[in-house]
Design a protein around this ligand. Structure first.
Ligand SMILES: *Cc1c(COP(=O)(O)O)cnc(C)c1O
Length: 374
């Protein structure tokens, strides 16, 4: 198998698993218990908090552990609406469903939502954010990097513009963490969401960075874990894994931006050379080093994915319906791609686990695979 769907999820790194295992076996104490056995688990969480904070350039007390990236995004936006009492939010038309569907839901409940458009490259004009701010705006929520195209938004610039106008700013940085050398405290970002399973930690754990002195209204109330910001007994093993994964991400960010980027560029160049007419979505924008979204006009993406699967290659289309049918990606549509072309697009996303031999083999196989769809 050649796994090129790392924006969907990543393999747990063996080093991460090794760090986690003791907390799934002998160290099962509750971190809230006062005896030594419990305090050992609490200490492991403290270490993980330091590790996540170090990667982000945040303070440990600014980190809240959650169950996933989706929870982190939802908690940030819900908190801003609750603490400000305002009923308007600003986001973009290319967000992940974790933000998009929550904003949709608030809109149905009568909240105002401004959906900022993107241009043909998938980038966003910071001036459009400023124009959308109203006196009743609770929060601006924009992703750092797009999961489908890899396009990177100028988040620090936008955060500064929002701060100048006194508006809270949240960024879904799930795809950016570990790939973009970002620093939470470099800009007035109030909330930043990340997810474990996108950076070689397990599924079912995430984190939300909340800037110090930002008012916070929790979604989960209970035993006051995470300083009352996120109740529920901690997923100790997964939190330990996330911490270790953040440490590894810090060590590997150079590899991501050199070797992995070169592999992605080689894959793009190799496919473009063999399949005339192929288009790279977001090609002229700043992009993540690991992601490529390609359109093959006239090709049915779902049968292309099936052929790739048959050849042992994992890739993905924009978004899949529950039926398994492919709907045209809202991200590509927002970039002005016609439905027919959106349905002819697939995404490859690489990671440090990929090798040059794998990329060479996909490039080699690709014309035959594509032929199989016609
Ligand atoms: C995967 C992803 C999420 C959701 O994270 P989960 O941990 O799967 O809930 C949110 N935003 C982006 C950009 C993602 O890629």
């Amino acid at each position: 198998m050649i796994y090129l769907d790392n924006n969907a999820t990543t393999a747990i790194d063996p080093i991460v698993l090794e760090a986690m295992l003791p907390f799934l076996t002998e160290h099962y104490g509750n971190p809230s218990s006062s005896y030594t056995f419990g305090r050992r688990a609490a200490a492991a969480i403290d270490t993980a908090r330091d590790q996540v904070a170090a990667l982000l350039g945040a303070e440990p007390r600014e980190i809240i552990f959650t169950s996933c990236g989706t929870e982190s995004d939802n908690a940030a936006i819900a908190s801003a609406l609750a603490t400000t009492g305002h009923r308007h939010l600003i986001t973009s038309t290319v967000e992940h469903s974790a933000v998009k569907n929550q904003a949709d839901n608030f809109e149905r409940q009568g909240y105002g939502v401004t959906w900022l458009p993107v241009n043909l490259d998938g980038t966003l004009d910071p001036a459009s954010v400023v124009e959308a701010i109203r006196p009743d705006t609770a929060i601006v929520s924009l992703m750092w990097a797009n999961n489908e195209t890899g396009v990177i938004f100028p988040i620090e610039e936008i955060a500064n513009l929002c701060a100048d106008r006194g508006v809270l700013f949240h960024t879904d940085a799930v795809q950016a963490v570990g790939k973009v050398p970002l620093q939470f405290n470099n800009a007035p970002i109030h909330f930043l969401a990340l997810s474990g399973h996108k950076l070689h930690a397990p599924k079912g754990v995430g984190a939300l960075a909340v800037r110090r002195r930002t008012k916070f209204s929790p979604m989960l109330l209970g035993g006051s874990q995470e300083r009352g910001k996120r109740s529920g007994t901690e997923n100790v093993a997964s939190i330990v894994g996330l911490g270790r994964a953040c440490e590894l991400a810090q060590e590997r960010i150079v590899d991501e931006n050199t070797r992995v980027r070169a592999l992605r560029d080689k894959l793009e160049a190799g496919i473009l050379a063999r399949v005339p007419g192929t288009r790279i979505n977001g090609a002229n924008a700043p992009r993540l080093p690991n992601t490529t979204s390609l359109t093959f006009p006239g090709v049915d993406a779902s049968s292309l994915l099936a052929q790739l699967d048959h050849a042992g290659v994992c890739a993905s289309a924009g978004s899949a319906c529950t039926s398994g049918a492919i709907a045209p990606s809202h991200v590509l549509k927002a970039m002005g791609v016609r439905d027919a072309d959106a349905l002819a697009s697939i995404r490859f996303s690489l990671a440090c686990t990929n090798t040059e031999a794998e990329i060479d083999s996909v490039i080699q196989l690709f014309p035959t695979i594509l032929e199989g769809t016609r």
